[in-house]
Ligand binder design. Sequence first.
Ligand SMILES: Cc1ncc(COP(=O)(O)O)c(C=O)c1O
Length: 434
Amino acid sequence: MSTAAATGAAEPVLEVFPPGTRRDGDGVLVIGGCRVDELAAAHGTPVLIVDEPHLRATARRYRAALAAAWPDAQVSYASKAFAATAMYRLMAEEGVWVDVAGLGELEVALAAGVDPATILVHGNAKGDDLIARALEAGVAYVVIDNLNDVDRLERHATREQPVLIRLNPDVAPATHEAMSTGGHESKFGLPAALARQAIARVRDAERLTLAGVHVHIGSQINDLTPFAESVRALRALVDELGIADVAVYDLGGGLGVPHLRGERVPTVEEYVAALADAAREHLPPGARILIEPGRSLVASAGVSLYRVVTVKRAAATFVAVDGGMGDNLEVSLYGQPFEAVLAAPVAPGARPPERCDVVGQHCESGDRLVAAAELPAPVIGDLLAVPVTGAYTYPMSNNYNGALRPPVLFVGDGEHRAVIRRETLADLVRRDVR
Ligand SMILES: Cc1ncc(COP(=O)(O)O)c(C=O)c1O
């Protein structure tokens, strides 16, 4: 930088940061009204900064768009994207339901005070412990993904439990294969023959009620066509299975988010409109529609802040930071491209631009955060910011190489609060049996 800060010209990359992100007069990045150098001084690095007003605004956009598009509809947050007490509370405050995909997520949601009647339970390997706890808590729906789910539901139900059946629509969107869940080869969902058996068993079960059907075709999907196609396929399956009397149609999540400057991805409003158009064409007008966004609800609110530890000018300029695949697995799992910018300190005009590979601190060559980033020639101690890290980073963070999982700060209106503390070295041995 910081020609942009010096001249006051807009800096294109800031478009993928939370709205209102700017540079202070000295070029330091300001997110949610907070200078990142001050956040780093108070909480260390790496740190995940989350813009709380932006999170709430996105939740409200989703709710408003859906309410305008369909008479009976509900947004449910796919909490696997960022499962934490503060996030569950925020979603509950915003009138958003949550779905969980494991006993741990369910317990955290319940402990956060989420009303069980607003919780959906997913998973392709739900154990007895998860099913028993979900039934005891009185969740809204358990989503059946296999016949073993039916066995366990029958075994543990002591009162009436509504269920949805996850169907395999055989729709494979253009996304990384690790994020595609709707093709016929997917481990998720029931093909028609198995669904028929599951439905017959649910209908026969004393305490289970077939409330509806579910599809989810994948994640980081940037084209609306497969979503519409999945609604059409869902209706065709419902007709084939003879269950047109069900009321609930859960259309899943999966909308992508832009990670790079200039990247064009459908907006929340365009996505909801496309789903509603498809629903008007294919679903009964009285259907109750659920949608389950995860990534598109939370990703753009998050910014990861790192400090440069080493700079090696070899085959490439390797700028190594104090985080990496310990706090962001998205690059190694899905090849997700990110941007990196110099956040502080910034000496306008003093440094020539340099093409850098921003790499992590871990012992893996695949531990690279951003390839070929254009940065003002980096030096040790620089703060680098990587935007759009609010989804699928914190919940996948890990202790590889003894890394300490970073803290999470909610920022907004010039205030900040830690909602998750940094792990300590003592945490690393807490579970070790001596
Ligand atoms: C069943 C289900 N619903 C919703 C989602 C949310 O997807 P996304 O975060 O892409 O919106 C997922 C994530 O893969 C999922 O498995």
